[in-house]
Ligand binder design. Structure first.
Ligand code: MN
Ligand code: MN
Length: 288
């Protein structure tokens, strides 16, 4: 069995930025907090889980055209990234390359889709753990084979909760393969998805449990209360669009960069960006 760790690097770096103070700076005064937190999180995962492989997965396009074409509001309300963040992504890429750790992305797509595709292509005897703060990834959880779990950020990036299929059912009352429909009904404010008017988590769960699919639900509006019937009827276009927006893609092109570790370059990067501490801890964890 190979234990593979897929890190949702875009989601985790963003979380690390807000979890750690921007007073963590490189010698020239640039905040380096997100890279610092991400590398320490990776070291902790490697130490605790001793995985056979760790892959860092980036958003190639955080707002892919196929999703925006289906629903123009997709992520349209997102505040721009804090200005100290984009250059930290560039530093992180350089550091991961020098570490010789694989970096993956799906051209034209989000890390979500690259990860879902890699899960779909895993070997039957793999155990895949997806580390993320993005609820969309609950869609890929499965008993398997291969078994896929989500390690979800609870607080910052240092505390994670493990979600296997039973845990997703316990939390949401629906299995992972219905999560996309559940999210479409309930909405997801962080992605600009309003959901169906008046439908919260509880109603969404009841409806998903009662019907095999959203089309089956829409074919049975007569069985709903008048208010819900009207709301669902109004939401037909929205719900049809969500079929192209919420589901993660499982067969996109994924590119993986694998370089070899360059310890001299790492020492220099550690000095340049004041990352010597996290890089020492991560190298020790990888070498153990
Ligand atoms: Mn994402
Ligand atoms: Mn997402």
């Amino acid at each position: 069995m190979a234990h593979r760790l897929l890190l949702d690097t875009s989601s985790l770096t963003y979380r690390a930025f807000f979890a750690l103070p921007t007073s963590i700076k490189a010698p020239d005064g640039r905040p380096i907090n997100a890279v610092h937190g991400y590398l320490d999180m990776t070291a902790q995962l490697v130490r605790d889980l001793k995985p056979d492989e760790v892959v860092h997965v980036f958003d190639h396009d955080w707002r892919p055209m196929p999703r925006v074409r289906a629903y123009a509001g997709y992520k349209s309300q997102r505040a721009p990234d804090p200005e100290e963040l984009p250059e930290q992504f560039d530093v992180l890429r350089e550091v991961l390359g020098a570490l010789g750790m694989p970096v993956a992305e799906a051209p034209g797509w989000e890390a979500d889709d690259a990860i879902a595709t890699m899960c779909a292509r895993a070997s039957a005897d793999d155990l895949v753990d997806v580390v993320t703060g993005d609820r969309d990834m609950f869609q890929v959880v499965c008993v398997g084979p291969p078994q896929v779990r989500v390690l979800f950020t609870v607080k910052g990036v240092s505390q994670l909760a493990t979600f296997d299929e039973d845990a997703v059912v316990a939390k949401y009352g629906i299995p992972p393969d219905r999560y996309a429909e559940f999210a479409a009904l309930r909405g997801d404010p962080s992605d600009g998805l309003p959901g169906v008017k008046g439908v919260g988590e509880k109603t969404a769960r009841t409806l998903i449990q009662a019907y095999d699919s959203i089309p089956a639900l829409l074919d049975d509006l007569g069985a709903q209360t008048p208010r819900l019937r009207a709301a669902l009827d109004d939401a037909r276009g929205y719900l049809a669009a969500m079929g192209d927006v919420v589901p993660v893609r499982t067969s996109v092109e994924v590119t993986v960069d694998r370089s070899t570790r360059d310890d001299e370059a790492l020492d220099a990067l550690g000095e340049q960006h004041r990352l010597s501490g996290p890089l020492r801890r991560l190298r020790e964890a990888l070498d153990a």
